[in-house]
Write a protein that binds this ligand. Structure first.
Ligand SMILES: [Zn+2]
Length: 403
């Protein structure tokens, strides 16, 4: 199986992959993909950030193509499926059509996006981000890894600095198949996740300042202990997230007490809050409720509260027509399916900015990902590729109403 062959490039002792973006090994994986795509009769184009587009010509070469794809780079201790599955499922679609001698009206393309993982060159999803216009080319080229090597030099070194302009591509549809990277499908025993969008997120750093005091002599009622305020904030925030089932998320990932001594009431607590929701309006409501909660809890306990926004990623809402196309394809194949939201970022987050986009999820064992033990069953992987085939065909031949 191709996934296994690709996984030999950068294979780790514990059964995973270490194939970081623009490394020698990434170059080898790209070469292998290009070889397979050419064997399947595709023409290859490489753009200025190294994104590869393998094209199977349609009957109407002027029509906007239907694209699919994902990424071949991995985390340092990554798995065999994250990204690679979406690329090879795309290749599988083209070969299935070749074998069946099926022509499509629109051309079909399989994309390999550069540097999705972001573990060697930050930020993640850089190749698709440049194409979407989120980042400019010079920014991408100047990114450095921890050894000071630049993205631009490394891209040239592995031979994937292409000439095609890295700009939004006109596509009738872009589909991305991917392992879920979460536990929902696996727990439920559902085969296909019909992905409706990608969660939006806010990151905040919150500093709660009270008064430091001796743990022994200071009576409880004479303290200004920032923990008192934090308890109200944590309880209230979890209540907000619980009220937003199934998709709202709230995480307190880090709390530091300053000065941090066991016999001193801390003067300050510095904590991180991560808030997520797939619905743009609901996300904003959560954030304003959170801000109100922090202010109220601080006031009650005479604590000063500073809230600093560190990062914001707006939710991505996928194209409803393509989402329904995926659901119909799964149903017509008799596969169990459910609507789902992606908790992780994907190249689709950027492609959705310039073309109708949607994703197909398949289960991964225990929801484990970004881990060498990442696993998925051959049956589920095949089912996902089959749904991809049907969804791509429907759009490529404009079976349904004209978009
Ligand atoms: Zn991925």
């Amino acid at each position: 199986m191709r996934l296994q062959e690709m996984a030999t490039i950068g294979a780790t002792p514990n059964g995973g992959c270490n194939r970081q973006a623009l490394s020698e090994l990434d170059g080898e994986a790209r070469d292998l993909f290009v070889r397979w795509a050419k064997e399947a009769g595709c023409t290859i184009a490489v753009d200025q950030v190294g994104n590869i587009f393998a094209r199977r010509q349609g009957a109407d070469p002027g029509a906007e193509p239907v694209m699919t794809g994902s990424h071949l780079d991995t985390q340092v201790t990554g798995g065999k499926f994250d990204g690679v599955y979406g690329v090879l499922a795309g290749l599988e679609v083209l070969e299935t059509l070749n074998d069946a001698k099926v022509a499509t009206r629109r051309s079909l393309e399989v994309a390999v996006w550069t540097n999705e993982e972001g573990c060697r060159f930050a930020p993640a999803m850089l190749g698709s981000g440049v194409v979407a216009g989120t980042y400019d080319l010079e920014f991408a080229y100047s990114r450095q890894d921890k050894d000071g090597l630049t993205f631009g030099d490394e891209l040239r070194r592995i031979g994937y600095l292409g000439e095609l302009a890295a700009e939004p591509r006109k596509c009738a549809a872009i589909f991305e198949a991917h392992i879920e990277q979460g536990p929902i499908l696996d727990r439920e025993g559902t085969t296909i996740g019909v992905v409706e969008g990608i969660q939006g997120a806010y990151w905040f750093d919150v500093t709660l300042t009270g008064a430091s005091a001796h743990a022994g002599p200071t009576p409880m009622h004479m303290r200004r202990d920032p923990w008192r305020a934090l308890i109200g904030i944590v309880e209230g925030t979890f209540a907000l997230a619980d009220a937003g089932v199934p998709w709202a998320r709230a995480t307190f990932g880090d709390v530091k007490a300053i000065p941090g001594a066991r016999n001193t009431v801390p003067e300050k607590l510095v904590l991180s809050i991560d808030i997520r929701h797939p619905d743009p309006e609901e996300l904003e409501v959560m954030v304003s409720d959170l801000r109100r909660l922090i202010a109220e809890s601080a006031t009650v306990h005479q604590i000063d509260a500073q809230v600093e926004q560190i990062w914001h990623m707006p939710p991505t809402v996928f194209d409803p027509f393509l989402v329904s196309e995926i659901a119909e394809s799964a149903a017509s194949l008799g596969l169990s399916a459910r609507e789902i939201i992606s908790g992780a970022g994907h190249d689709s987050l950027h492609t959705a900015k310039f073309a109708p986009t949607a994703m197909i999820f398949v289960p991964c064992a225990e929801g484990v990902s970004h881990n060498e033990s990442e696993a998925a069953s051959p049956e589920d992987l095949a089912a996902g590729a089959n749904v991809l085939l049907h969804a791509m065909l429907a759009v490529a031949n404009d079976k349904k109403e004209e978009r």
